[in-house]
Design a protein around this ligand. Structure first.
Ligand code: HEM
Length: 194
């Protein structure tokens, strides 16, 4: 497979996750309709065949995205030799880009297992149990910030690959990311101010 089609698979896997992240952020808004709305939504969705299918698709896309990203980087390093220390898109140092991606990776793995291990009989109350712990707040703040930086970098790169460089699309990317971040942040913020 040539490097363009490999890049397309990576973008496809990333866009699968973006679709899920939009769905996840918007479904978390049920939190603001109280215990009944939030618990009711997840009770209907959890452990259904669609839920397991979604998890399988997410796990596959996650693995595909990470494996392609790491192997492309290793190939680039080998090809570049001495130029290895050059900066990476738009003057973001390579270690910052990879540090951010690794933090996001760690956050997703941590968050997924934390959610799987919860007692789901009252998920609404569990959000209070989690977000009243300062360390958890810190982990989630880092997770959501690294997600927004990663999405910004990924979406602007995809647009650039498609030859779309207009400022209007940059603005659309920023608006989309802001809506996602505000939706995610709305859960811990309303726990803190409850
Ligand atoms: C403050 C932010 C967030 C909150 C309050 C939150 C809350 C939740 C809740 C309540 C569940 C359990 C749903 C269930 O029982 O099925 C869940 C699952 C999950 N979350 Fe999050 N989440 C947040 C951020 C994120 C982010 C940023 C990502 C990924 C980039 C993410 C990825 C996942 C995944 C993969 C699952 C397992 C699949 C699922 O149940 O939907 N979450 N999250």
């Amino acid at each position: 497979m040539n490097s363009i089609s490999i890049k397309k698979w990576m973008a496809f896997a990333g866009l699968t996750w973006l679709t899920y992240v939009i769905f996840h952020a918007l479904s978390l808004l049920n939190f603001h309709f109280g215990k009944g709305g939030f618990n009711g939504f997840y009770a209907e969705f959890d452990q259904t065949p669609i839920y397991y299918l979604m998890l399988a698709v997410l796990a596959f896309s996650f693995a595909l995205h990470v494996v392609i990203a790491v192997s492309r980087q290793l190939k680039n390093n080998a090809a570049m030799g001495d130029k290895y220390h050059h900066t990476y898109p738009k003057a973001i140092p390579r270690f910052v880009a990879w540090g951010g991606a690794s933090t996001l990776f760690g956050f997703i793995v941590f968050h997924f297992w934390q959610m799987q291990l919860l007692d789901k009989t009252d998920l609404y109350q569990q959000m209070f149990n989690i977000f009243t712990q300062p360390v958890m707040l810190l982990i989630y703040v880092f997770g959501v910030i690294t997600l927004s930086a990663h999405l910004h970098h990924a979406l602007t790169s995809v647009l650039q690959t498609l030859g779309i460089t207009s400022r209007r699309y940059d603005l659309l990317v920023i608006i989309l990311i802001s809506i996602l971040m505000l939706s995610f942040a709305s859960v811990p913020v309303s726990v803190i101010y409850a």
